[in-house]
Design a protein around this ligand. Structure first.
Ligand SMILES: [Zn+2]
Ligand SMILES: [Zn+2]
Ligand SMILES: [Zn+2]
Length: 612
């Protein structure tokens, strides 16, 4: 708790000119080097005390810096907002609010770095405002609940009780829907009752309302003890990550801690909320979507559409891949065969132009009579889930998470398909980063003895999974060797022997260039090594899947080697950024990327931490 006592205004402050007089006097006093002691005050004058609250319970030295000649009162306010300077790190509260108010008064005098600092400060202040709102809404809800409980106890009939419609009351005040208001109340109650770390993160300005709502939603089904654990884990994670990453981690944690609740929710929603929706797009066009689908079935449908679309594109059908996919969906849902578009008899539909810039997946066989090729999903499957001793969820490309049952369905289907290729990545139990990777050579039509899972009979009409970019199909397994059951060694050895795997280590800290290659384009094995180490684009905050990224030489070839220590995935957009003026990317250690942005701010990204 910090308090600043302001000098009182002169006695009998009348019209505004009196205040001007007082400030002029104050300026003269300060210029003369005297402490500004207010002149004699009248009996009615009150001291003005600003209480800064716990949020600004800051180091007095820091307070001196921000309130000193370079802070609130000086000319060089901007410097305080440079990366890691006082205001860039200051907790949200009245001092930071005053500094940002002053900064936005004349933004023109700030450089890019300082401007970014003001933006980040303003975000922390907004997050603290969200914290205040949560406290207020929770208190409001507590009062209505107490009234409702009292009315219920008195035997007042339903719909005649006080406190019965808090959501509607809040909705009317905030001009939002009743269900939005109910969600706000639910989140505020969760935050204030059993998510103290998340709530503190908001108070410190480090977590926004959306992230807090994600944590609240995914922990609602957990016991108090599990929720407390999840609160600590997720709130720390949320501060550095994008909301999609947080949602994925929160969902994974919920699947691990309360798999039955998740399963029940999915089944309930499939039963009562399954539907096909037509909506209006912002552009004025329409969208058609299938809601609350079974995951494996949705992925199989998407893979089927992708495979036909790839074939139509190869045969010369015009349009972007997205437009061709939509065409396939339209034909299928209107009872026509999309392959008729390229069969004799409809030549007008088959364009003769070269395919557009949008990269089409390779289709080995474009014979229109053959059944669609499978695939286009990259799966990351924890080995324990595959072998049946863990319920850790698998990841399906950028789509998200699969529970253990869905994972077994899909890997079973993939195993039956001759184009499926298998890779194994070993994840260190210590920090969750990849330490080695092996690619099985060639195609492996292969069915392992998969554990029977009676609750999840296979629902797949078409074997779905498969390739991402060049190879027809990749299914990646992550092996978690931290806490395996007693017989796991034998299970893994059998699996690896059958796949004839040779593991290559992933460089960490330094590099002996053992994986270096002479040519410019890295081999498939080296690309896999780099993508196993870093599963997304390495730009700060980018989540583009590495499997769809360019494998870029950090230092251009041949000055920089074709080696793990000089290669990293970059999505096409960030690859272009890297080459634009003001952007700089370095790789000080294998997989550690330092990005310098045009503002001069730097961000470091590190190898992927897998959730297994
Ligand atoms: Zn591989
Ligand atoms: Zn190297
Ligand atoms: Zn990117």
């Amino acid at each position: 708790m910090t308090e600043i006592t302001m000098p009182d205004p002169p006695a009998d402050p009348g019209p505004e000119s009196d205040f001007d007089e007082w400030t002029a006097w104050l300026d003269r006093e300060i210029a003369a080097g005297r402490n500004p002691i207010p002149p004699e005050r009248g009996p009615a004058a009150q001291g003005l005390t600003i209480s800064l609250g716990d949020a600004t319970d800051i180091d007095p030295e820091l307070l001196a810096v921000v309130c000193g000649p370079d802070g609130l009162g000086g000319q060089s306010l901007g410097q305080q907002f440079g990366q890691d300077a006082a205001a860039d790190a200051l907790q949200p509260g009245p001092v930071l609010a005053a500094l940002t108010e002053q900064a936005v008064d004349d933004l023109g005098r700030l450089d890019d770095d300082q401007l970014t600092g003001v933006l980040r400060a303003s975000q922390r202040l907004a997050n603290r405002e969200a914290w205040k709102q949560a406290l207020v809404i929770a208190e409001f809800a507590r009062r209505r609940e107490a009234e409702l409980a009292a009315a219920t106890a008195r035997g007042v009939p339903v719909h005649c009780r006080a406190g019965e419609f808090p959501g509607e009351e809040l909705a009317a005040e905030l001009r939002i829907t009743g269900s939005e208001a109910a969600a706000k109340i639910e989140t505020a109650q969760q935050l204030t009752s059993r998510l103290p770390a998340t709530l503190a993160g908001m108070a410190d300005g480090l977590l926004d309302a959306r992230r807090a709502a994600v944590i609240s939603d995914y922990t609602a089904s957990l016991s108090d003890t599990d929720a407390a654990t999840a609160d600590r884990t997720l709130s720390a994670y949320a501060m550095e990550k994008r909301i999609e990453q947080l949602a994925r981690k929160a969902a994974a944690l919920e699947m691990k801690l309360a798999p039955e609740a998740v399963r029940a929710r999915k089944e309930r929603e499939r039963r009562i909320s399954a539907r096909v929706e037509v909506r209006r797009e912002m552009s004025g066009n329409a969208s058609l979507s299938a809601r609350e689908m079974d995951t494996a079935s949705a992925l199989a449908s998407k893979a089927h559409i992708d495979a036909i679309a790839a074939r139509l594109r190869t045969a010369g059908l015009d349009g972007t891949l997205g437009a061709v996919r939509l065409r396939v969906l339209t034909e299928l849902t209107q009872g026509r065969d999309p392959l008729d578009l390229i069969r004799a008899g409809s030549p007008a539909e088959a364009g003769t132009q070269a395919p557009a810039a949008d990269p089409a997946p390779a289709v080995p066989d474009a014979d229109p009579a053959a059944p669609p090729v499978p695939a286009l999903i990259n799966l990351i499957v924890p080995i324990g889930t595959y072998l049946g001793w863990s319920t850790a969820p698998a990841q399906a490309g950028s789509w998200g998470l699969l529970d253990a049952g869905e994972t077994r369905d899909i890997t079973r289907a993939a195993a039956r398909h001759p184009a499926t290729r298998w890779c194994v990545t070993i994840i260190a139990g210590r920090d969750g980063t990849a330490i080695a990777h092996a690619c099985a050579h060639g195609k492996h039509p292969w069915v392992a003895e998969l554990p029977a899972d009676g609750r999840h009979p296979s629902r797949l009409a078409h074997p779905p999974p498969g390739s991402a970019v060049q190879s027809p199909a990749d299914v990646t397994h992550s092996a978690q060797l931290a806490h395996p059951p007693p017989n796991v060694g034998a299970q893994l050895t059998a699996l690896f022997r059958r796949l004839n795997l040779t593991f290559r280590p992933i460089a960490e800290g330094g590099c002996d260039h053992a994986s270096a290659e002479r040519q410019y384009l890295p081999s498939r094995a080296l690309r896999h090594l780099v993508r196993a180490r870093t599963a997304t684009c390495t730009a700060p905050g980018c989540l583009a899947q590495a499997v769809h990224c360019d494998i870029d030489h950090t230092t251009p070839h041949p000055a920089g080697p074709t080696c793990q220590c000089n290669l990293a995935p970059k999505c096409r957009r960030h690859h272009r950024c890297k080459q634009a003026p003001g952007w700089r990317v370095e790789q000080p250690a294998p997989g550690v990327m330092r990005w310098t942005l045009p503002s001069g701010r730097t961000h470091v990204t590190t190898p992927t931490v897998y959730d297994v």
